[in-house]
Design a protein. Structure first.
Length: 725
């Protein structure tokens, strides 16, 4: 036991604070009021570290508050905190909210005059909560599902509604009619079944990823020692919070930051990069760095489309550059060889190859005068060079397969550890291997049953989860090596799980009687491998374990934090999203995609297209080369690249960079190219020492951007005003 402010804090044998009611009540006082006036404090006194009561309280409060801001602010303003309509900034956004929350907590402690500083382990606990809060599963997906399902019952879609109404996933027509007529109170009686169905689906998704992350932690972090580049700025910020020499409890909580003037310079630059969007609520004409692209106004985009000389000379060039300061700042932590492969791979195909091949008649000619938006130009490259299948689908399978092969012996060792635990397992692992394997297997089986319950045939559900296993493996390596999170794999998932399910006899020919299963399978793949693939939590959890390890947070405390925040976030995200949608009504919703319910034909077409034109359902082998064949070719290409990387360390092409600019990611590939140039110049001028000196500036830019965007979104949310971008 130890004395603190006259209160006893019980500790276990490892020196960590135990949880009890008395301790929790004390921490409320400790967190908000600090020491009593005039009370002296011993210099030898320790502040409890890790998942303490005050850290737990801070995590719960911040999780609920920011889940509400993400849900309601997104639907009111049309732009979420860290992922706008375009360019899908959530792919770089995972560390942003973590750094923002850590910094915000330190500032709050300063304002409240709490003299006892948070330990690095306690700040790591808050950072781990931010990793989950930044995933779009918290807002975008619930909103997207709500609107698309409600759109099924829009006038003219009666034939589609007849299929989907049989699943507990659908929004009842009565509730959808109220939403269209809103604003109104939420018809909770009508919405409870779909809301609980979505919530359970995402919770199972999250826990499957969690148990896999627990199983792979040692392999990824301790054996292969992967860098987790996006964990580094979070760790840096936590390190900045350590007291300077001579620090005493009488100094303010942020005093450790004052010595880093470069950090504060970055904060100011990041804040100024977005704050000019605030006056646009009242004065839409206020100058801002934005341009119109594919029907939406987007921040920080250099758009060269339209009647410009470059489009006359290079009509297929992907002439749209995202120069978003926040995204580029975080992307600077991506290893140089990965940036080189992703950035220059995009440039070579979209600026050189595309112009040569169409002039030689090898690919279709572009429209006269060139493309008018980056989306169409990007898909010209993707489709003509089969990037979607060669590098994206092929990469998903290849990277996951090779990761599994390389980790095969290790995974066998974890199975053996079920009976005989490893010597340091209790200290190093978030969960025992026995519990991790039991959790993974049970969740896998329950998930199959759950997917069957919502309308997907059991055999196809099994194939979906097998594909999900490879998907998680790929995302683990992608996150660990680059920090970046890939986007949208709904179509490859359909092809593998559904087309080959039909080939294996697990999928009967489509008839009106089983069309619901086809729709639900296609929809589930799009919602999970598609819009929330960016929230693939297997890699995010591992990134959190890396932050915890570097900050002194015990692995089991990190696991407890993840479980708690995941449950709270997903539960409240659904509730807040549904409440916000009905409180606003369809006419005032500003979310993307706005056409999901406003144009009711689209969701109805989704039912039809899912079982006819996509062509996954009868056979994956029509005449000629198909996506399947290109995927197999892509797997062999990745195998060759992996081999060359192992044999020739100087080989410039990184397989992780290859998958990062393919398929849907071609929309954000310009970021990699621009970032590579910035990083190359920094390293050329001053080498690694200069980059290390600039790290506080880079972290400061991210923190300043967080504060600026937070102010912008909260202002719009408070005044119920859409942001005119």
């Amino acid at each position: 036991n130890m004395e603190a402010n006259g209160q006893k804090i019980e500790q276990n044998e490892n020196g960590h604070e135990n949880f009890n009611r008395k301790n929790f009540i004390f921490s409320l006082k400790y967190m908000f009021f600090g020491e009593k006036m005039g009370e002296e404090k011993s210099s030898k006194e320790r502040v409890p570290a890790g998942l303490t009561s005050r850290a737990l309280l801070a995590v719960i409060i911040l999780t609920i508050i920011f889940t509400f801001i993400n849900a309601h602010g997104y639907q009111v303003t049309g732009t979420a905190l860290f992922y706008n309509r375009w360019p899908y900034e959530w792919q770089n956004g995972v560390p942003i909210i973590s750094m923002g929350l850590v910094f915000l907590l330190i500032v709050i402690m300063d304002v409240l005059k709490v003299k006892a500083r948070f330990t690095t382990a306690e700040l790591a606990t808050v950072a781990l909560a931010g990793l989950i809060l930044s995933a779009p599963i918290t807002t975008v997906n619930f909103s997207y599902i709500l609107l698309t399902q409600a759109g099924m019952s829009a006038p003219g879609n009666e034939w589609a509604y007849e299929y989907v109404r049989k699943s507990p996933w659908h929004v009842p027509k009565e509730a959808a009619d109220i939403l269209r007529a809103g604003p109104s109170a939420v018809p909770w009686g009508l919405m409870m079944t779909p809301l609980m169905t979505w919530t359970i689906t995402w919770l199972l998704w999250a826990f499957l990823a969690f148990f896999m992350a627990c199983l792979m932690r040692r392999r990824v972090a301790d054996i292969e020692k992967m860098p987790f580049p996006y964990a580094q700025p979070v760790i840096q910020l936590i390190e900045y919070s350590k007291p300077e020499p001579g620090f005493t409890s009488s100094k303010i909580a942020t005093s450790a930051f004052i010595g880093y003037r470069r950090f504060w310079l970055g904060v100011v630059l990041g804040f100024l990069a977005y704050i000019f969007f605030l006056p646009r609520y009242w004065w839409p004409w206020f100058p801002a760095p934005q341009t119109k692209e594919y029907g939406w106004y987007t921040m920080w985009m250099l758009n060269l489309y339209g009647n410009t000389p470059i489009k006359t000379v290079l009509p297929t060039a992907h002439s749209c550059f995202w120069i978003d300061p926040m995204v580029i700042a975080v992307a600077l932590f991506i290893p140089t060889d990965i940036l080189f492969t992703a950035g220059w791979g995009w440039f070579f195909l979209s600026w050189i190859c595309s112009e040569i091949t169409w002039r030689l008649g090898l690919t279709p000619a572009p429209p006269v005068g060139g493309y008018e938006d980056q989306y169409s130009a990007g898909w010209y490259i993707v489709e003509n060079y089969r990037l979607y299948w060669l590098f994206e689908s092929g990469g998903l399978i290849a990277i996951g397969l090779f990761t599994l092969i390389f980790a095969g012996k290790y995974l066998i060792g974890t199975l053996k550890a079920i009976g005989k635990p490893m010597p340091d397992e209790a200290e190093r692992e978030p969960l025992s291997y026995r519990l991790s394997w039991i959790g993974f297997i049970v969740t896998f089986i329950v998930y199959i049953g759950w997917l069957t319950y919502i309308g997907i045939p059991a055999g196809v559900a099994f194939l979906i989860l097998v594909y999900m296993f490879f998907f998680f493996m790929t995302m683990i390596r992608l996150k660990a090596e680059s920090g970046f999170i890939h986007y949208w794999h709904g179509w490859p998932a359909n092809e593998y799980a559904l087309g080959y399910g039909r080939l294996l006899g697990l999928w009967p020919p489509i008839t009106p009687e089983n069309q619901l299963g086809a729709y639900m399978a296609a929809g589930f793949n799009s919602w999970t491998f598609g819009y929330i693939s960016s929230a693939t939590l297997s890699g995010v959890y591992l990134e959190g374990f890396r932050i915890a390890d570097a900050s002194g947070l015990r692995p089991k405390h990190a696991a407890a934090t993840f479980v708690l925040v995941t449950i709270i976030t997903i539960l409240f995200a659904g509730i807040f999203t549904v409440w916000s949608a009905f409180a606003l009504g369809l006419a005032r919703l500003q979310v993307r995609p706005p056409w999901a319910i406003g144009h009711g034909v689209w969701p109805a077409n989704y039912v039809r297209d899912g079982v006819t034109t996509i062509g996954y359902w009868d056979t994956p082998f029509p005449e000629g080369l198909t996506g399947f064949h290109y995927t197999i070719i892509g797997i062999f290409i990745y195998a060759i690249i992996f081999f060359l990387r192992m044999r020739l360390p100087w080989f410039p092409i990184n397989p992780i960079g290859l998958i990062m600019f393919s398929g849907n990611n071609i929309k954000v590939a310009t970021t990699f190219w621009v970032t590579w140039w910035i990083k190359w110049i920094i390293l050329k001028v001053g080498g690694t020492p200069l980059f290390e000196k600039l790290v506080p500036v880079i972290v400061g830019i991210v923190v300043g951007s967080f504060l600026s965007l937070l102010l912008v979104v909260v202002t719009g949310m408070v005044f119920w005003m859409p942001l005119p971008i």
